[in-house]
Design a protein around this ligand. Structure first.
Ligand SMILES: C[S@@+](CC[C@H](N)C(=O)[O-])C[C@H]1O[C@@H](n2cnc3c(N)ncnc32)[C@H](O)[C@@H]1O
Length: 258
């Protein structure tokens, strides 16, 4: 590909969790000034309307092993397009550095002599529970939260789930729905059966859903999982802050009393 521009550049922009209003002002301005946009599967396409009329927006998403481009191809495209068009905006779901392979892309681009910039995004790990009123930390309840992948590169659950289950931390599990039962069996070994859990899908979008139950009853939640939509699992006493947890607890107490 010809090297025709003076200042080739790649900007990694975190698009936020889904609601297009949850991108940063800086990220939005980058889209407006882009010469070309490459976007991922979980990026809200409403954001693409902010690119200039003549700017191409190219889908390079990877979902459920349906990859239009391999990661190596994406890395190369970033360099080629920067050299051909100028400023490439690489739009990624949530924050590019949270399970987003952002650093791999930056390293590759810079190794080819192309300038790179990172504009942070609001990660789903933080914003999706917050949007449901679930705090990741609460004074006197927990002292940390762990953001863990539920599926490692070999398809297994992460050993960090086992470590996290042994702590009092809130566990926020991304990419874990397909391994939900395996994850819950590990959690059950260390956490009290009444520990609340939530599965939030399509967080911050109009079709957002939440299922809430306890570790002991996790099997009740399996049928409600939509494997075609993104979802996070939250484990920990902070989930009890969600209003529907209280309602379910009241129902349980009432059923038990009569
Ligand atoms: C490859 S990871 C990328 C995470 C992203 N970089 C971030 O910071 O949010 C994709 C996973 O993030 C979670 N996720 C992303 N957006 C979500 C949303 N709107 N609702 C629920 N989970 C979401 C899901 O667990 C999904 O499988």
């Amino acid at each position: 590909m010809k090297n025709s521009v003076v200042n080739p550049k790649v900007i990694l922009v975190g698009a936020g969790p889904g609601d297009p209003d949850l991108i940063t002002v800086k990220g939005l301005n980058a889209i407006k000034n882009a010469d070309i946009v490459l976007y991922d599967a979980l990026v809200n396409k409403d954001l693409l309307q902010y690119a200039s009329d003549n700017v191409q927006c190219i889908y390079v998403g990877k979902r459920f092993n349906q990859h239009k481009f391999s990661q190596d191809q994406i890395n190369q495209l970033l360099v080629d397009y920067a050299n051909e068009y100028g400023t490439v905006v690489r739009l990624k779901g949530g924050d590019s550095f949270v399970f987003g392979r952002g650093s791999e892309e930056i390293n590759f681009v810079e190794s080819k002599g192309v300038e790179a910039e990172v504009i942070p995004g609001i990660s789903s790990a933080l914003s999706v529970p917050a949007n449901q009123g679930i705090p990741l930390t609460k004074r006197n309840v927990n002292e940390s939260f762990w953001v863990i992948t539920g599926t490692t590169s070999n398809g297994n659950i992460s050993k960090d789930i086992v470590q996290g289950a042994q702590s009092k931390a809130t566990l926020v599990v991304l990419m874990g729905l397909r391994n939900f039962s395996l994850i819950m069996e590990e959690v059950k070994r260390y956490r009290h059966k009444h520990t609340p859990i939530a599965i939030i899908q399509n967080g911050t979008l109009p079709n957002e859903t939440i299922a809430i139950d306890t570790v002991g009853n996790y099997k009740n939640m399996i049928d409600s999982i939509d494997y075609s939509s993104p979802g996070i699992i939250v484990v920990g006493d902070v989930v009890a802050e969600h209003p529907s947890f209280l309602e379910e607890e009241i129902q349980r107490v009432l059923e038990f009393s009569f």
